[in-house]
Design a protein around this ligand. Structure first.
Ligand code: PBG
Length: 335
């Protein structure tokens, strides 16, 4: 495409900005409730909500209250909810067995939501870090994050989630070969319609800090995740990872974090045309929310502008902690 225009004054770009109806006609991208996936934190107990200091407005909920929250999301038209467990330190081990316990927090939450709110898709996180006493996404031996042994654990974990009724699995660990292994296991177990949304291009980012507080992983993590998550300086590598995961059976792919990586979203969408999602991560949420709470920016406008940016960059949807607020604003005609 090579956009052309006449010289001034034959072309005046302000004509199409001169009134609300003309601006509406000339609008290139839209933001809809259908574009939202809501990440939520689940904790033990009954009737429990716990605040998260670094994510104002976000809470952990016990399963019963999570079901109510899922109900609200579904009634707003949000298509999917994504579960992250806050695992008690006592059940974290070096071998991460809790990850594939059929009665772990995530699997109980999946069953409860699927039973009570059939209209919302349930997405899960497939990674060992909530269950790992050393905070890493993979098994660790002598300080090394093991790849193939971790993939075997991920397969067990994913099958337990699929058996519990998960609709979309989100492998977020960045081990090599996991998508093919998960797909083969799902097909073998009769879970043909369980979708995989691969965290294909996930960067080793400072923007995950508040999330690690939310899932109780901050204290446990020794070192960093640079041997498995991507170098923020790289872009071609993201395309190779997305291609690899699509070839292994991913239905959808994700770029993470979101706003600092919109160039990656655009390249991925243009290159493969696959269903492409971005994760507006905890640190991005905290920046917008923190500035808004200080009165430094208009929080609602900044939220909607940030979400539209993902659409403009080619994303089909976005995982965002703002999903409920965004859905309400969109339904009120503000986007
Ligand atoms: C872990 C995982 C992380 C996030 C989602 N899954 C953190 C990490 O890789 O350390 C981050 C989400 C966010 O920051 O909102 N597998």
């Amino acid at each position: 495409m090579r956009p052309i225009s006449a010289p001034h004054p034959a072309a005046r770009f302000r004509r199409l900005r001169s009134s609300a109806p003309l601006r509406a006609l000339a609008q290139e991208n839209t933001l809809s409730v259908n574009d939202l996936i809501w990440p939520v934190f689940v904790c033990d107990g009954v009737g429990q909500t716990q605040t998260i200091a670094s994510m104002p407005g976000v809470v952990r909920r016990s399963v019963d209250l999570l079901v109510e929250a899922a109900q609200e999301a579904a009634s707003l038209g949000i298509p999917a909810i994504c579960l992250f467990p806050y695992t008690r330190a006592e059940v974290k081990t070096p071998n991460c067995e809790e990850a594939w316990n059929p009665d772990n927090l995530t699997n109980r939450a999946i069953r409860a939501i699927k039973a009570a709110v059939p209209d919302i898709a349930v997405m899960t996180d497939v990674a060992l870090d909530p269950y790992n006493s050393n905070g890493h996404d993979g098994l660790v031996r002598d300080g090394v994050i093991l790849n193939d042994e971790t993939v075997e654990c991920l397969v067990k974990m994913a099958l337990a989630q699929a058996d519990s009724g998960a609709d979309i699995l989100g492998p977020s660990d960045m081990m090599d070969g996991r998508i093919g292994a998960l797909r083969q296991a799902l097909e073998g177990a009769g879970h043909q319609n369980v979708a995989i949304l691969s965290y294909a291009a996930k960067y080793a980012s400072a923007f995950y800090g508040p999330f690690r507080d939310a899932v109780g992983a901050s204290g446990a993590l020794k070192g960093d995740k640079k041997t498995y998550q991507m170098n923020p300086a790289n872009s071609d590598e993201a395309l190779r990872l997305v291609e690899r995961d699509l070839m292994q059976g991913a239905d959808m792919v994700m770029v993470k974090p979101g706003m600092p990586y919109l160039d990656i979203c655009r390249r991925v969408k243009d290159t493969f045309g696959a269903p492409t999602y971005a994760y507006q991560v905890s640190g991005e949420y905290a920046m917008i929310k923190g500035a808004a709470l200080n009165g430094w920016i208009d929080g609602e406008k900044a939220m909607l502008e940030s979400l539209m940016a993902f659409r403009r960059a080619g994303c089909d949807g976005v995982l965002t902690y703002f999903a409920i607020d965004a859905a309400k604003a969109i339904r009120a005609g503000k986007a």
